[in-house]
Design a protein around this ligand. Sequence first.
Ligand code: GAP
Length: 446
Amino acid sequence: MSEESTAADRACEENPGQFDTLVNLAKRRGFIFPSAEIYGGIRSTYDYGPLGALMLRNVREAWWQTIVRERDDVVPIEAAIITNPKVWEASGHLETFADPLVDCRSCHERWRADEIGGVCPNCGSADLTEARPFNLMFKTFVGPVDDESAVAYLRPETAQGMFVNFANVMTTMRRKPPFGIAQLGRGFRNEITPGNFVFRTREFEMMELEFFVPPAEAGRWFDYWCKERLAWYEKLGIRKDRLRFYEHAPEDLSHYSSATTDIEFAFPWGWGELEGIANRTDFDLKAHSTYSGVRLECFDQLTGERYIPHVIEPSAGATRAMMAFLLAAYDEDEIGGERRTVLRLRPQLAPFQAAVLPLSKKPPLDALARDVLHRCQIALMCEYDDTQSIGRRYRRQDEIGTPFCVTVDFDSLNDQAVTIRERDTTNQVRVPISDVVSELQDRIRS
Ligand code: GAP
């Protein structure tokens, strides 16, 4: 057995029922709900509840921090989801963005041929139709007339928004390669077999960077981005042995790519892609130059020549990454002889960074606790919980990954201090109310 498969196996062995437990926790605690559940839902479509919305926002923010805010060579855009359909003609999506579809002649289920090894997973029959290409783009109509001239598509990737705006961005921001354009947003794919919770859904969130480089530098930047992106997942709490690189064989590359390396995570069912880093060469800019008639090129002042830059693209799924962060953080341990479930999320990913817990919901403690809450809320996302025993409240916060609980007790009225309790160690320290925010911020940063 290879070292890599043992990491995935270990992820299952450590907690074989972890996946179901996590899906259950996500629903029970308000992270992720089946979409429109009161109408029976719609297959493999999910809504992000209050905690999910907070956490997804933190995942986006963590990406934005390293890709946009901490760099001076990347600028962001927000492009339209429904755009001119010529974009998808030029990009090759209309012709080639398809999966091989087969029908089972026995039970009439539909499958992706490349995923089932010739046997229907539903009934076990090998009596399948010939595989035929099924385009994954969602079609719609723009305006009141639904004829062919009004056809448009929901974007299957955000990347094309960066390519079609290349010249506008380069000119308005006075950039020259190497530089990147970054975008976060929803992508839509009519997946044949969505599943494994939010791993593969038809609507999902992407975090993409198109990094434009002089062609001779493409190899170096490709290696650079592979390392940078792997480090991002590690920094946010995924253990090294649950991550690996997977290099695509030449015959498996997408139509636009000359090299692709995926960052994979050991999901409970095996290794799965979190992010793909692709060398898209000059494929997209060339194609859009041809189709639009607008030259998408740069000028090299040293050689006096015009050239089309190559593109290195780290492309990640925010919703899929959120699920991986949840799985990596899930743990069960024992505190004072009692079992507890704890999400060991990095503070910047946790839905709440702190919970303020007064020992009594009555005056005068409630007013002091509200004062502590208002101080903390300015800097951190906080929850206020004044119901049930303090032990139960700690467990509730542990289960949703809140790294710090701030307990306001009767002594607080006299000493103007509170207790900060740390999720992972359950250690407690007493700090003056005037220092509570800076104390929490220091702990979150460390
Ligand atoms: N522009 C390149 C591109 O779209 P991709 O590998 O097809 O590449 C990038 O998608 C990332 O988006 C994937 O690594 C994955 O994290 C996420 N992703 C793709 N399809 C998805 C789906 N149906 N549901 C959830 N996430 C998805």
